[in-house]
Design a protein around this ligand. Structure first.
Ligand SMILES: [Zn+2]
Length: 130
């Protein structure tokens, strides 16, 4: 099945999609933390006039969400540099340099079929390529 629908957006590169999974763990932890806080026993145990504890518990629950931004930012920077270095001719799965391999074919690193024009649209969609 080929993509004949021109209004369809380019798919998000797998390399970027994998990075976004970093957000899943902290997001789940936050949801469970919020649910746990609705349990009266938990709420009463944390009810205290001490503002360090009142603010500290939500801060501890939310902290992983902010901490995970660092590895995702670092990973995106690494991908941007690699893609910029190949002028957008990078595998969307493993970011392998596909320069000199023609416009379609198989990535020699991961075996994924590539189409440079479609892959460049994917890189543009996630703002890795301008
Ligand atoms: Zn690859």
């Amino acid at each position: 099945m080929t993509n004949t629908n021109k209004s369809k957006r380019a798919p998000i590169p797998q390399a970027v999609r994998r990075l976004w999974w970093w957000f899943a763990g902290p997001a789940v932890a936050t949801v469970f933390g919020a649910i746990a806080y609705q349990i009266p026993t938990v709420r009463n145990a944390t009810a205290t006039p001490d503002p360090w504890i009142t603010l500290g518990i939500p801060a501890i629950i939310l902290a992983p969400n902010f901490l995970v931004i660092l590895p995702v930012w670092w990973g995106m920077r690494r991908i941007k540099r690699a893609v910029a270095g190949t002028s957008g001719r990078a595998c969307t799965n493993c970011v392998h340099d596909l320069s000199g391999l023609g416009d379609t074919g198989m990535c020699p690193e991961c075996g994924r079929a590539f189409d440079i024009a479609a892959d460049q649209r994917s890189w543009v969609r996630v703002k890795v390529l301008k």
